[in-house]
Write a protein that binds this ligand. Structure first.
Ligand code: PLP
Length: 308
């Protein structure tokens, strides 16, 4: 991976090589940080870089920080401004990924959340696909369970909780699968290792509700809106049983990283026809137009980086 040239660090943009922390940093030792993941999409016709739903991403980022008692002196609009400045400094003219991190910079020994000092940093790198088989992934049901709200809340994008995601992803990939579907402690479907999950059953698009230990995904919200308002489909937020996935007509993951990835096989069982289904196909087409600023009614979801 190419490293960034710059970072927003301690309130200003510095060369990436200067954005360093000490080994005793609290978050490095205890996972007491939160992060975000945004995408910038390059629109070649307009020679413009659009950040997708940055205010929504930073709103969730600040909420995640709030869960860890982090009080940053910045609003979501400040964070969007820092991000635009950073992307301009990087002079990015390609699709990119943006990674804000809020961490406790204190270099101390002692596990706790109170009486510590949060710091904000943001970096960006050019970025393409996150998964290889976006139109037909083969996934497994993980033997790992999703972290519970009373363990580490999945609704916050909390650094330490991603050890759970890392176990899930590594075991799935080492067993030859692209990804894994993760169940809650009670056996219902929660989400993927780092993406939200949908199935189509009897023509209704279903996704687990926000009380099922999921991250409240920005892409999930976008997808529900596009399915209802543009593709004219019924969308239900409800519990999903494991075996419903085996009987689904279609299934897909969504998230900023994965975008919209069709799931065509689960543990060697074909989902529906075992090929990319019509709903996932139409949704993918529409989504990629929306994020690049090509759909006028959704244009306000895309924030331009460069002044014209
Ligand atoms: C655990 C988890 N679920 C879902 C998502 C999708 O969220 P979003 O669409 O906001 O990127 C992510 C990615 O950030 C994630 O890490």
């Amino acid at each position: 991976m190419t490293l960034p040239n710059f970072a927003f660090f301690k309130g200003r943009i510095v060369p990436y090589s200067e954005a360093k922390v000490g080994v005793l940093t609290h978050t490095l030792n205890y996972g007491t940080g939160v992060f975000g993941g945004l995408r910038g999409y390059w629109n070649n016709d307009e020679q413009q870089l659009f950040i997708f739903r940055p205010l929504d991403h930073y709103r969730r980022f600040l909420e995640s920080a709030k869960l860890l008692l982090m009080e940053l002196p910045y609003s979501e609009s400040d964070a969007v401004r820092f991000t635009i400045d950073l992307l301009k400094a990087e002079n990015l003219r390609t699709d990119c990924y943006i990674r804000p991190i809020c961490y406790y910079g204190d270099e101390i020994i002692g596990v706790r959340l109170h009486g510590l000092h949060p710091e904000l940093t943001i970096v960006s790198i050019p970025f393409g696909s996150y998964v290889e088989n976006e139109e037909g992934s083969h996934v497994t049901i993980s033997s790992w369970k999703r972290v519970d709200d009373n363990m580490i809340p999945a609704r916050g994008k909390i650094a330490g909780a991603y050890v759970n995601s890392a176990f899930i992803k590594t075991d799935a990939q080492r067993a030859g699968f692209d990804e894994a579907i993760v169940l809650n402690q009670d056996g219902h479907v929660s989400e993927g290792s780092a993406e939200n999950f949908f199935i189509v059953r009897k023509g209704v698009v279903c996704t687990p509700p926000i009380t099922e230990n999921i991250l409240e995904g920005i892409t999930r919200r976008t997808v529900m809106m596009l399915l209802r308002d543009d593709l004219g489909l019924e969308v239900a937020e409800r519990q999903i049983d494991r075996t419903e996935v085996y009987l689904a007509e279609e299934a897909f993951f969504c998230g900023t990283g994965v975008q919209i990835a069709a799931i065509t096989k689960v543990d060697y069982r074909p989902v529906g026809t075992g090929k990319l289904g019509p709903i996932t196909r139409d949704l993918r087409r529409l989504y990629f137009d929306v994020v690049r600023g090509r759909v006028p009614k959704y244009r306000e979801l895309c924030t331009p980086v460069y002044q014209k």
